[in-house]
Structures are given as C-alpha cells and as structure tokens.
Design a protein around this ligand. Structure first.
Ligand code: MCN
Length: 808
C-alpha cells in the first residue's frame, strides 16, 4: 500500500482485449431499436407498428400498451426525500403522452441493428403537440403546462432544513418571520437563526448561480444484452453498468422477476461518472423482450441517444445569502435551490440535491444555516447523479460567495477563507448542517497550494498587467472544498432518502497453491480496484499483488455487493477487503500454531511468514498454511477447512476529503478567450493506497470540473429540442484545452476506518469549477464584473466585458 503500482487492468484495456458489452455475441441474439419522440410534450393520438412488422428481418414491434403488464414497477425511483413527494409512474414505453425529446413510444426487434433502426421509419404515429415547460421558473409559474397532470403542479418535492415554520425562505414578507429558526431538520440539519444573522451582519452577499445541465459523457455509451440462458432459470443481464448488484434488485422490483432468478454481469465498463448508476428503461425492455421471445436481445445506444436518454447532471438554480461581519467572519448562510428533475425520476433523482444540501457550508465553521430545496419537473431529459452529484453544486455556491465576500470587504480571498476555516481536528466535528466531518487540516492544504503557486509573484504580475493595460489580464482563483465520500453508514443513507444498505462485502480466499482470490462487491469502471484491492490484500497477507486476482461485477460470482459510486469503494469496499484478509491471517495463526506445535499467542506474522516469538527459525509461510488449510489432513480440532473469509463492512461515518485548489488564468479582454495557465491542486484523501491511481482520478476529475466551468453545457431550445445532441455540438475538452496540473497532497487520516483512507474519485470535479470561475472574475474585477455564468465561453466573457465597458 502506498506504492504506485501500474494498473493491472490497463494492458487489456489498451491492447483491445477488454470485453465490452457490445462485444458479446450470443446464439440467436436479436437487436433492439427505440422509437423516440421528436417532441418535448405531445399526446399520442395514433400509433401503428404494423408497417415495421412487414419489413424483412423484423421479428417484433411493440407498443407500451402491449407490454405494460410486464413492468408493474415501471422504471424505479428509489429515492424519497419528502412525504409529499410526487413520484410519477415511469413507463419504459409510454402509452399516451411523451414528456421529453427522446421519450420512447415503441420498439422494434430485428435480426440486426440496422434493420431494427430502419424499421422504426415504418411505424406510423400521430402526435398532438402540446406546449412544453423547458425551464424551472416557468414550470413553477401559475398556469404553467403540467409535465404530469395528475399532480396538479410541476413541484416534485420541497425539502427544508433549519427553516421549519416558514413557507418560503426568501419570500417571507418580512425578515422577522425567520425568527424561530434553529430547528434541526429531520435528516440534513439547519441550525441557528439565519434571519437574525442577516440583520446583524455588516455585509450580506446575495447572489444567484446557475448550475447548467451537463452530459456525463462516458467513452462507452450504455449497452445491454438480456439473455434467457440455458441452465439459468431466469434471466442473465450483461450491462455496461456501475451497479450490477443494485440492478438485480431494482430489475426485480420493476418486472416482478424474482431476485434470485436474475444474474447481472458488468463486463468491462468504459466509464460511467454516475450515469450508469441507474436501471434504464432500455434495460427493462431488453429483459422483458428476451423473456417473451425466448432469445437474447441486445441494445446499444448511439451517442445522440446517449445525450438524449442517459441522465443529465446538475441543473440547479441557486439563490444564496451569505452574512458576515466586516472582519470576514461568516454569521450565516441561507440557500434556496431549484433542482431540475426533468420529465421523470430516475433511481436517485430527488436525492441528488438533498444529499449535497449539508455541504453548502463547505469548510467553514459558523453558526446559522438554512436551506430550502424544490424539485421541479420539466419536459427535459431526467437528471440524476453525475460525478460529485450534489457536492460540486454546493461547493460552487459557497466558494463563489466567499470570493464575493472577499471582494466586498477588500480582503484577500485566501485570508477570508482562513478566518472561517475549522481549526485542525482528528475526531468527528459537526458542521453547521449537523454533518460530522471526520478530520481536517485546511490550513495545511491552503498553505501548500499558495507556496506551490508562488502566490505573491502571481499577484505582482497581476498588478503589473493591470497597470500596463495589458489586454490579457491575469486571474487567480481559489477554492477550498470538502465533500462527503464513502457512501456510507446505512442508517445515515436511510436518513438521506436513499434507503440504507451502505455496507460493502468482500471475500478473501487462499487457494491450495497459495494464490489469492478477492471477491469484491464494488464494481469498478475505470477506478483501478483490481490494482488497489490487490495491494491491500497483498500487504495484509504478505504476498505480492501479482499473486492476487480480484473478481467483481457478476452477481453470481460475488453474491453480495453495493457497487461503485459516491467515492465509496476504497473507504467501504477496500476496508472490507482489509478486514477479510486480516481474518485470513487470524485463522492462519491458529493453523500455524498447530503446525509449529506452539501456542497461538506466541505466533507472530510478518512478511507472509508465521513464526514463533523468540524462535524465528521455527516458521511456516502463509502459502504453506493455505495448502494445509485446503488439504485439511491435519487441522486443529473442529476447524473448518480452507482459508476463506468474508466481511460485510458497514462504516461508522462517511469520509470527508478536502483540498485547496488555485487556478491561474489568462483572460483576453479583447476576445473573451480564457486560457488556463496553471492549475494547482493540493488534496487530502488520507493515506493513499496507489498514488498513480489517485493522480489519475484527480486529473480526470479536474478535467470534468474545468469542462463544466469553461466548455460544457446542455442547450435546449424553447420547444425542448436538445441542441447539443452530438459531440459536434457539445464541447468535451481534450488535453490541448487543459493546463498541466500541479498536484500535491497532505495526509490527514480519517478516524472512521483502520487505514484512515478517504475517497478521491470526485474531488477534482468538486474543487475545479469555482476555482476556474473565481480566477476569471478575479481577472476582470477591475472592470466591476462580479460574476460569469458557466460555461464561461469566450462569447459570454466577451459580452460581460462589453457590458461592463458600457458598449452593449
Ligand atoms: N484511492 C487510493 N487512495 C486513497 C483514495 C483512493 O489509492 N486515499 C484509489 C482507490 O483505491 C481506487 C480509486 O482511488 O482505486 C478511487 O477510489 P474512491 O475514491 O474510493 O472512488 P470509487 O472507486 O468509489 O470510484 C467512484 C468515483 C465516482 S463516484 C465517479 S462518478 C467516478 C470516479 O470514481 N467515475 C469514474 N472515477 C472515475 N474514473 C473513471 N476512469 N471512470 C469513471 O466513470
């Protein structure tokens, strides 16, 4: 542990030997294509699939009405954040009305993919187009068209913390009505009296930030093969998923197929970023048709379908008020959020903003906090988890507001942060929302980032450029962040509306030859668990990582698991491996004592060798012990054969990595173009198991965070058409658009687990957006520019400059 072992999984991935879902070809396999709505909202007045059936190669064409009894549970949403939540039935194939462009109204099954796709053209549909709602504020306005008429409103849920007794956080006619805050919400707490804090403050920063929708673009789009395989009584589903174990459960809930008759296999998965944390309608349809037709059915989405029908991330309007004294000390924060659900609820949709709610206070220690979140239905693609899921949004708001506060008080942005940081601690400490942060040393990460950036020189250069009227201005942007990782303690997850079940399972077994197999319930799709888990097991057992094979992603091979998301895998799944391996060592000690005719208390274990204390020559290797345990010819009385130990580990707390990022940008005031010159990230995820993997995770995360800040953004037109429906229209940055990252770490162990590790998989995505926008605003602040919305495209930046100069 701690060594930069090259990733075991990479040779296969980079030499074309990976096994993607689309590589699977089964005898008799048919191909599925979806007829998708071109309208954001329309009634279906006629639907006739008979024309498709006449085409050669077409095996079946189906409407929702024909298959409705096959999916009693519809597409499941498992997240409930409010008793009054409006949760619509989400039919895999709609029957009466389409609710977003890309909604599915019929499907074709054919001998090959092209035939299936072409046959869609022979389906006759009459639509009665209806006016759609394509933005949240319009959706909440009186008389707005309703996405789901049965609810009589487009509000999906309302969630409040610290604001009980008032209807609307900022809309209260008089601030005095906010007295009597201080009520801890049921799950995420608010506390104190934010109204009183606002009145008492020397300054109140009031801002609105837009979290644009973004597309979680994995290299491999979604793919599924559903197969009624011989020898298996139910269904085998191969899916490009990050959650095979979860799929087994929710597929059963959706279709009524008993859970024990479902096997889900995640072959190699080319990325997910949260978007493959869902049971999708296409997977349900493939399973239902494979059962109905008695033959395997494959569906692979193309990139435009991926952009229309795979979930989108973010999609929030954030109104925030931050109250502070003239010395920069924060007195209170209140937040009012609108959260875009899209047309339906996917597995976690309502829980995304709620799970980020308690992180709005960020890394700052203050008294008064309140939040109100409204989930809103729109006629757009559903949203759900995208890398960070709730935390990048929260971090952006507080970190942008901290910069505004610094500017208002004419204070250095690093200094205003420092004045509000928690003092270093290594035991759980409550944040203003009641979350128990595990351990922090924020001062250390900020100091190191400032040192690496050579901050003083940067400010001097900035000053020079300002004074000389250089058209290219320098911007220096900070963000200091924390996030909630290691999802999570089961009880706490239940409190967030996520049902519970935050444990993770591992099985560590030693084979007769002394080799090791680790079965894990995590389901990596780019994170390198085969390497990291090998390192953990190898260190505990005193073998080499090459002796360890890691098995994952098959519910028959690994019976229990809770999969990979929420940067949970190391802090929960890796710790399960650690405990199971230690159990192997404990059992090995008993066998070694028997073999060495010594007492168990006298057996020491180091470097893969059991020896008798004081007589190091009397020893046996763990491989010897594994062989003896397997053959079982001479074991201690009553002992079960084989070194084969399991652990189901439920963590006591989440983990809270933290960091300080500094973005250095050059903003061309004549063209609006922003060039990132440098990006310094000092992150603390506790002790690191594999520094190469951690650096890779940070690079990828930073790239996606910078992408949201500068390049990416979903665009819909007024009719609800997805304008950014291909990679030509949607800007995914590549290496040329990104700066050379300067990374460093501090190590503050978590008290929550024996290795002290915290998550890192989303850290970059969380820290980067505010650092980038803060740097641009910093560069342009002499013009009086206070905010630029994301993505800060050249056009947007140029317009802001023109406005500021009174030219527009
Ligand atoms: N690690 C480590 N030491 C630490 C922390 C982590 O060595 N102190 C290593 C772990 O051992 C693991 C990797 O870093 O190999 C990530 O661990 P962790 O932070 O526990 O995150 P998860 O494995 O649970 O990954 C989930 C996270 C999320 S939520 C998204 S979204 C995301 C991400 O990982 N999606 C990814 N990284 C991705 N990387 C790729 N390539 N593709 C995705 O879809």
């Amino acid at each position: 542990m701690g060594g930069g072992l090259p990733r075991k999984e990479d040779p296969n991935l980079v030499t074309g030997r990976a096994n993607w879902t689309d590589n699977i070809k089964l005898p008799g396999m048919l191909h599925l294509a979806m007829l998708r709505s071109p309208f954001a909202r329309a009634k279906i007045t006629k639907l006739d699939v008979s024309g498709a059936l006449e085409r050669p190669g077409v095996v079946g064409a189906f409407t929702g009405a024909e298959l409705a009894d096959q999916w009693p549970g519809g597409v499941p949403c498992g997240a409930v954040v409010s008793d009054q939540q409006n949760s619509p039935f989400f039919s895999p194939i709609v029957t009466d009305e389409v609710r977003h462009v890309g909604d599915v109204l019929a499907v074709v099954v054919a001998s090959d993919r092209y035939t299936a796709q072409d046959a869609l053209e022979s389906i006759v549909v009459d639509y009665e187009p209806l006016p759609p709602v394509v933005n949240m504020e319009a959706a909440l306005a009186e008389g707005a068209p309703l996405v789901h008429e049965e609810f009589g409103t487009n509000e999906c849920f309302k969630y409040t913390a610290g604001v009980e007794g008032i209807d609307d956080l900022f809309d209260a006619p008089d601030d005095t009505q906010l007295e009597g805050g201080g009520v801890r919400g049921p799950n995420v707490g608010g506390q104190g009296d934010t109204g009183e804090a606002m009145r008492r403050a020397d300054v109140v920063i009031k801002e609105r930030y837009i979290q644009q929708r973004v597309l979680p673009t994995a290299i491999e789009p979604r793919a599924v093969v559903a197969s009624p395989e011989p020898g298996h009584q139910g269904i085998v589903m191969y899916s490009s998923t990050q959650v095979p174990h979860l799929l087994k459960i929710v597929l059963s809930l959706s279709t009524g197929i008993p859970e024990n008759e479902i096997r889900v296999v995640a072959p190699d998965v080319g990325g997910g970023f949260g978007s493959k944390l869902n049971l999708y309608r296409e997977e349900i349809i493939a399973v239902v048709l494979a059962k109905k037709l008695g033959t395997p059915v494959k569906y692979v989405e193309d990139r435009s379908e991926n952009y229309q029908a795979t979930i989108h991330g973010r999609g929030q309007i954030q109104d925030i008020e931050l109250a502070a004294n003239s010395d920069g000390k924060i007195l209170g924060l209140r937040v009012k959020l609108l959260d875009d659900m899209g047309a339906y609820l996917q597995l976690l949709t309502p829980a995304i903003a709620v799970s980020g709610a308690a992180l709005f206070p960020g890394v700052y220690n203050f008294e008064n906090f309140a939040i109100e979140i409204k989930g809103v239905f729109t006629n757009l693609t559903p949203t759900d988890a995208y890398r960070g899921a709730g935390r990048p949004e929260a971090c952006f708001a507080i970190e942008r507001a901290m910069d505004s506060l610094a500017r208002e008080l004419n204070m250095d942005p690093a200094e205003v942060r420092r004045r509000n940081f928690f003092e270093p601690f290594d035991e759980p400490t409550a944040n203003p929302a009641g979350l128990q942060y595990d351990s922090f040393n924020l001062q250390a990460v900020l100091d190191r980032a400032i040192e690496l950036a050579d901050y003083e020189s940067l400010r001097a250069e900035q000053q020079r450029r300002r004074e000389s009227g250089d058209p290219v201005q320098l911007g220096i942007g900070f963000s200091t962040y924390t996030e909630i990782c290691g999802l999570g303690p089961s009880q706490a997850l239940a409190g967030l509306g996520l049902g519970g079940g935050g444990w993770e399972a591992a099985n560590v077994r030693m084979l007769v030859t002394g080799k090791v197999e680790v079965a894990t319930g995590t389901s990596p799709h780019g994170q390198g668990h085969e390497t990291s888990w090998s390192q953990i097991a190898a260190d505990v057992l005193g073998v080499t990582p090459d002796d360890v094979d890691v098995i994952h992603g098959d519910t028959d091979a690994v019976p229990f698991g809770r999969d990979t998301y929420g940067s949970r895998s190391l802090a929960v799944g890796g710790i399960a491996v650690y405990h199971a391996a230690n159990k192997v060592v404990e059992k090995g000690k008993k066998i070694a004592a028997h073999m060495l005719e010594a007492s168990e208390e006298d057996i020491e274990f180091e470097g893969g060798r059991f020896s008798v204390a004081g007589s190091p020559d009397q020893n046996v290797t763990i491989q010897d012990v594994a062989g003896a345990a397997y053959l079982a010819a001479d074991l201690p009385e009553g002992m079960e054969p084989v070194l084969n130990e399991s652990m189901i580990y439920d963590p006591p707390n989440f983990t809270f990595p933290f960091g300080a990022h500094i973005c250095v940008s050059e903003v061309d005031t004549e063209t609006g173009k922003v060039k990132l010159r440098d990006y310094i990230a000092v992150d603390d995820c506790g002790p690191v198991i594999n520094p190469t993997i951690v650096d890779g995770q940070l690079h990828g995360g930073l790239a996606q965070g910078i992408a949201q800040a500068l390049y990416e953004g979903v665009i819909y037109d007024e009719e609800g058409n997805l304008v950014t429906a291909s990679m030509v229209d949607y800007m995914i940055p590549g290496a040329p658009e990104l700066p050379n990252f300067t990374l460093d770490r501090t190590v503050t162990p978590s008290p929550s687990n024996p290795l002290g590790v915290k998550g890192v998989g989303e850290a970059g995505t969380i820290g980067a957006p505010p650092a980038v926008i803060n740097s641009i605003v910093d560069a342009l602040s002499p013009l009086g520019i206070k905010h630029i919305d994301m993505p800060a495209s050249p056009m947007r930046v140029w317009k802001a400059i023109q406005n500021a100069q009174g030219k527009q």
